[in-house]
Design a protein around this ligand. Structure first.
Ligand code: ZN
Length: 565
């Protein structure tokens, strides 16, 4: 059965509510653990079906936003999604409070309980109106960013559309596009400062109402950091400053030499080669075919997975009119089917979809045996290990995608991933300081950002855009507004993926086996347990970054494209 035959039917919310009442009752009055467990698994199947319908509706709406039927369904789910969640939470609470919980803990993986406890700790009816206000403030930020109408190159552009100009190979165009972008943020400085100020104070008050000391504490719970804390993150930061920043500084120096400048102006920071970025060859169908060869040769398991995706039409890759922007991987439990969505545009990003998103999809495909929907994917920092590592397992086949640009691809893939780490840690560090100092004025926040930027990204040169010198770059980082503390996750996963890269460089025959193992366990283990299962070193441990950074540095230093124009 292919994706188009997957049946969608709107859920009857009243009937679902009645089901929930029934199961809460059965669970509360179960005469034995066996009866309790049976009811628990029966309800899981009902919940999975609701979740499948919600996901199917959302996928089909994102593929064609002009489709009136799924537009109506989207409205239905926007309205009813929170009601469904409320009902699911009722059952979860019943399960957690049950006298049978100790027995269930022997049958159900630990993260299920940790996640459920976190969900309950982060919620109380008392904060519903605060959460609504938080959503509104976040929407207002999105609006400020989305409504930009900037005259450029004879066209009216959004900030996203200006992105193409910011990446132009023509220096003047790049420079003007950066100026136009930041002029817009500067014109909205007061609005953004006020929005963020309200968000910070509101989140602090929510945290306190829920009994946390501050929002930093609650942030760790919201982000489901199940087995590490602020001290671990603090230790990780120190290692990034010691082991990663010197490497990135050297990479920026090499970049300056390549592009022929003696200082790295902000509009040149993403400009790697005067001859252009690596470009993939072939049409969408040709690239899917190349991916089929790649996954067939990589392992029988990846072959089975990719054949399943192709045969069942679970890839919607091409940009089309009416299609939502961006890319994602999701999972439809009723059909045990992952789904990959993207907008191919002829750049290296297209290949990333076939490796990175496919890494997520492969993990959830191998985790189909897991009964609890909340454990199909692990927590965020672990999820990205699967995707980012798959990018490296795919390296031997990159020549078929990039041809003569392959070395450029390897170089930009590694150097870009390394350069991201200090930035990602900075975004996280800044937020710790902001939520630990709720009374800071907007000016104090900006000063702190610039101070931290000088530690993590000392190459930054804002001479061309003095507004950025005031410490405002984070105005463009939507996670800071919309998903507080969601960022360091990417860097933690990257550090783990680099360890797989190193093992592959050393031709470790165990590498894929370990990778496959953590795909199978999905979310049944916590981050540090997953890292251990993969025979990787925890990024929080002293010395975890030194060897891998040394090897990466050596590899990049020897790259044939290091000095290429
Ligand atoms: Zn990802």
């Amino acid at each position: 059965m292919t994706f188009k035959d997957y049946e969608y039917k709107r859920i009857d919310i009243d009937a679902f509510k009645k089901d929930t009442d029934k199961y809460v009752d059965i669970l509360e009055n179960a005469p034995s653990y066996e009866a309790f467990k049976d009811a628990y698994y029966e309800f899981i199947e009902i919940g999975k079906h609701v979740f499948s319908m919600m996901t199917l509706s959302s996928i089909r709406n994102s593929i064609n936003m002009h489709d009136e039927f799924y537009d109506e369904e989207k409205k239905f789910w926007d309205l009813n999604g929170p009601l469904v969640e409320e009902q699911l939470n009722r059952v979860t609470k019943t399960v957690l409070d049950s006298k049978y919980r100790p027995e269930l803990e022997k049958d159900v993986p630990k993260p299920f309980f940790l996640l459920a406890d976190n969900a309950l700790k982060s919620f109380s009816p008392e904060i519903i109106s605060d959460l609504q206000e938080e959503n509104q403030l976040v929407s207002q930020y999105y609006e400020v960013v989305a409504k930009a109408q900037i005259e450029f190159d004879g066209k009216t552009c959004t900030l996203a559309e200006l992105g193409t100009y910011r990446d132009s190979s023509d220096e003047e165009v790049r420079k003007d596009a950066y100026k136009a972008t930041w002029d817009y943020y500067q014109a909205n400085e007061e609005t953004i400062d006020n929005l963020y100020d309200k968000l910070v104070k509101l989140r602090d008050s929510i945290a306190k109402k829920l009994g946390f000391n501050n929002f930093v504490e609650q942030g760790y719970v919201r982000m489901n950091r199940l087995d590490y804390n602020e001290n671990d993150v603090d230790n990780y930061r120190k290692q990034v400053l010691k082991d990663v920043v010197p490497v990135t500084e050297k990479l920026y120096k090499d970049q300056m030499a390549r592009i022929g400048v003696d200082k790295l102006d902000v509009y040149n920071a993403n400009f790697e080669f005067t001859s252009g970025n690596p470009k993939p060859i072939g049409t969408k169908d040709e690239m899917v075919e190349k991916a089929s060869v790649m996954y067939k040769e990589l392992s029988p398991e990846t072959n089975e997975f990719w054949q399943f995706m192709v045969k069942n039409d679970l890839l919607d890759l091409e940009a089309k009119p009416g299609k939502r922007a961006g890319g994602y991987c999701t999972y439809i439990p009723d059909y045990k089917a992952p789904f990959i969505f993207s907008n191919f545009n002829g750049t290296k990003g297209d290949v990333d979809v076939l490796t990175h998103e496919a890494g997520h999809a492969f993990q959830v495909f191998e985790s189909r045996w897991i009964k609890e929907p909340s454990l199909a994917f692990p927590t965020f920092e672990s999820c990205e290990i699967h995707s980012m590592s798959m990018e490296f397992f795919a390296w031997p086949w990159m020549e078929s995608f990039f041809g003569q640009d392959t070395d450029k691809y390897y170089y930009t893939h590694l150097s870009g991933s390394i350069k991201f780490i200090p930035y990602g840690v900075l975004v996280d560090h800044f937020q710790h300081d902001v939520y630990n100092n709720v009374d800071w004025t907007p000016a104090q926040r900006k000063a702190r950002w610039r101070e931290l930027e000088k530690q993590y990204l000392p190459h930054k040169d804002y001479e061309a855009i003095p507004f950025l010198e005031q410490g405002t770059w984070w105005f463009s980082q939507l996670h800071i507004f919309a998903m507080p503390f969601y960022y360091i996750d990417y860097t933690l996963a990257q550090v783990c993926a680099f360890q797989f890269w190193l093992r592959l460089q050393k031709q470790d025959p165990q590498a894929f086996k370990d990778y496959y193992e953590i795909c199978k366990i999905g979310g049944t283990k916590t981050f540090l347990d997953i890292v251990k299962t993969a025979n990787l070193q925890s990024p929080f441990e002293d010395g975890a970054l030194s060897e891998v950074m040394e090897q990466l540095n050596e590899y990049l230093d020897k790259s044939p494209v290091k000095n290429l124009k």
